[in-house]
Design a protein around this ligand. Structure first.
Ligand code: NCD
Length: 359
């Protein structure tokens, strides 16, 4: 696989995704076979935001492949607390490790880091933007149970505005199949219109509803998410939006016998504990699958050629100091970044770091 960095799920071709998925299935069947495939290699996990599953499953994946791990889970314990910028941290760590996975609260941080990384870099979540390895986990789980990624009726419920797992999953399903989506949220937490438009433009059916009851009996998959407290500007706004969608056994009784419930976890209050005992609740198995897909991803990416130094040098001469209007975009804090843009389908320009339209 020639992929150097994984920032957005759509950095992968359908074929590359298939290769990772197939490898993950084989690892799940016979993990011993892969026990020393990364002997002598080092994974760095750089987590500027809290994590349980993503960070520990990456670490566990590397250890199960026979490799070693370094990193931090609290930037307060690293030179970041002394004011070191992302570029310098990545320049150094990418010479200490063979592969990096990074989570950061700013949108576009993974792309920014990848510009200066000498080794493959994997986005483990950049603010409310993307989370491609959770999507690999979700797709693997869906395929194992449903045998397809097309023709499904998928409900996504909760914080669709800030939920990076939702954004990455929708972008992936959009390229890998044609499906019907029920977007279940309050108007304030609804999905960005640009993603809804993208889904419709590619022949998916999209319905926006405000309660689980409206679609429960039609769903093949229900993807629950927590309200992303840390992305709100105040506790008051968070409280206004929390506790609105709660999956309980009563709602489960309206669902099909073969509907499955997924959740990237952590759960707060959106799924009642009783639902855990329903055989259709697959979120803990889903989290376990995260190990196999991350093992597969590490194996596929670790061999890719190091970044050409001339690639890094070319950013030196580009105009710097531009800021995106999205306040949580990484360009607002790391001022040395070149302001990269691209043209959207409608001809407007967007910031390449966070996908926000430029006026
Ligand atoms: C998710 C995340 O960090 O975006 N968790 C995860 O990686 N499994 C979901 C969340 O935090 O709500």
């Amino acid at each position: 696989m020639s992929l150097h960095h994984l920032i957005d799920f759509n950095d992968l071709t359908a074929e590359e995704w298939r290769e990772i998925n197939t490898l993950a299935a084989d690892i799940k069947k016979d993990p011993e076979k892969y026990a020393d495939r990364c002997k002598g290699k080092i994974l760095a996990t750089l987590f500027y935001e809290p994590s349980t599953r993503t960070m520990l499953s990456f670490q566990s994946a590397m250890i199960r492949l026979g490799g070693e791990i370094i990193g931090f889970d609290n930037p307060g314990n690293s030179s970041v607390s002394k004011g070191e910028n992302l570029k310098d941290t990545i320049t150094i760590i990418s010479s200490y490790a063979d592969i990096i996975t990074m989570r950061h609260p700013k949108e576009g941080a993974a792309l920014a880091a990848s510009l200066y990384s000498r080794c493959p870099l994997i986005n483990a979540g950049d603010g409310g933007h993307f989370h491609p390895t959770q999507t690999l986990t979700d797709l693997f789980t869906i395929e194992q149970v449903k045998g397809t990624l097309s023709g499904l009726t998928v409900g996504l419920c909760g914080d669709l505005k800030n939920g990076r797992t939702v954004h990455s999953l929708l972008r992936a399903l959009n390229t890998l199949g044609k499906n019907t989506f029920y977007l279940i949220s309050t108007p304030s937490l609804s999905l960005q219109p640009r993603i809804t438009e993208l889904l419709r433009a590619n022949g998916n059916e999209v319905f926006e509803v405000t309660s689980l009851e409206e679609c429960m009996n039609r769903l093949d998959i229900l993807y629950m998410t927590r309200i992303q407290r840390e992305r709100f500007d105040s506790e008051e706004h968070y409280k206004e939006q929390s506790g609105k969608f709660i999956l309980d056994t009563n709602k489960m009784s309206q669902a099909k016998n073969d509907m499955i419930v997924l959740h990237p976890l952590p759960r707060v209050d959106e799924i009642e504990e009783e639902v855990d005992y329903d055989q259709r609740a697959l979120y803990f198995k889903q989290a376990q699958n995260g190990i196999y897909v991350r093992m597969a991803l590490i194996l596929k990416m670790i061999g890719s050629a190091p970044t050409d130094e001339t690639d890094i040098l070319k950013f030196r001469d580009m105009p710097k100091g531009h800021c995106c209007k999205n306040k949580v975009c990484i360009t607002n804090t790391e001022h040395y970044l070149p302001f990269l843009t691209y043209e959207m389908r409608d001809g407007h320009k967007a910031c390449k770091f966070c996908d926000t339209e430029i006026d």
